[in-house]
Design a protein around this ligand. Sequence first.
Ligand code: EPU
Length: 335
Amino acid sequence: MTWQEEMLKKWLPKPKVGVGQLITDAVRDRLAREFKGEVLFRESMKEHTSIRIGGMADVFARPQNVEDLRVLLKIANEENIPFTFLGWGSNTLVRDAGIRGFVVALMPGFSKVEVVADEADTMDVMAEAGVKIGALVELSREKSLTGVEALIGIPGSIGGAVVMNAGARGVEIKDVVREVTILTLEGEIKSISREKLEFSYRHLKLPRGAAVLSAVFRLNKGNQEEIQNQIRQYQLKRAETQPLNFPSLGSVFKNPQPQKKNEVPLSAGQIIDEAGLKNIRVGGARISEKHGNFIVNEKDAKAKDVLVLINLVKEKVKEKTGIQLETEVKVLGEE
Ligand code: EPU
């Protein structure tokens, strides 16, 4: 090393871990030898998020089954590599410098959805984490089961929906779920029954680092025509009120929850609308004209554009109404 190089090394700030730096040849070898699923190196998260934004993941891995997922966790633990679940990448904003370590999607590996119990008035449906919410609603329509019609059109996977207690039109995952099966960080599979699940608004409390593998939903037997009509109505309403023609994150902010019982919950979209913030653009991102709680990627938006809009909305809404909006979206990765 020359004295100039030594000087630079001493004085320049220590660089953050760069893309791919954590993924040594040894890690690549282990992945090739031990892991059966698909592995993509330096994969752009634009391809795997609903808003089509995000830098590279060092490794994007899709385990085929639980054994495979366990192998991935083991390699991550032993090699000290960060581990991030992505799901279908809806409701998720990946920052522009991407995600270090392993990013994991449980699809198409975990995509089984089936009836597991058939009683007089109800059926239990098991759905694995990688199943799209729409596929669960579709099965319920086919089998004339009622309970999840309102969830049609929520983008994302069952795993993500369970973890964030997704909901629409007054129906939440917690209303229909019977049991959730998880894989703990230690590699143990555990089923947690309804009574023990600690749901709150857009949240489920789980052991740190646990992954949802599947969930069982109890749905009531109903009238197929009515169920079909309901689903259709919800779809029409969504298309009418939400900007479905642009990539987005779904709802960006949580609806502020009422402080007192019987108070009607406020809508974040309406608050943003009334604060006059619709249609504001930063870079390629814009607060939707159609629905205030949506930020759309109009053209090559960057995560930083979206983050500026999120902060702007929070600040202006707080200033004008005193309400502190909280985000519903998960922000991952590095600036
Ligand atoms: N509104 C406005 N201006 C707007 C947007 C909405 O005045 O720009 C008014 C509407 O006219 C309506 C009220 O606000 O009177 C409520 O709006 P909406 O029916 O669209 O429902 P929301 O509370 O904004 C929630 C969920 C959505 C879900 C819809 C429909 C949250 C944060 N959002 O939105 O969820 O699609 O209900 O069920 O819970 C999602 O999960 O990704 C999502 C979009």
